[in-house]
Write a protein that binds this ligand. Sequence first.
Ligand SMILES: [Zn+2]
Ligand SMILES: [Zn+2]
Length: 125
Amino acid sequence: MITDLKTIALERFWPYVDKDGPIMPGMPDECWIWSRQPSNEYGQISVGGRDINIHVFSWLLIGGPKTTLGFLLHHKCANKRCVRPSHLVMETIVGHAEQHKLKRKTKGGINLSETNCNCKNDKRP
Ligand SMILES: [Zn+2]
Ligand SMILES: [Zn+2]
């Protein structure tokens, strides 16, 4: 399974990852941008006949645990094209909603709104 992911990554993931992405507010380093997808949509990659979201793929690639019911993968950088594993964090759905509420309060909902992150649409692998 892991070997498969690595093979897929070499052929269909890394060639399209731009490690020179923007540094988002509050983040220590650059986003890794999946360059193969229009800016307003989540990227997906086919693994074993199933489409999974590209940031979830990146997460699994480094051995991150599968998100189970009640959990999802949140973009700390609020950049939904980002696939840098260190910018992702597993959150409970309840905790996640709180985070977004907090961000909306502190940033006025301009850059870090729920729609920008769009974590709710995470497809579980
Ligand atoms: Zn990022
Ligand atoms: Zn989120």
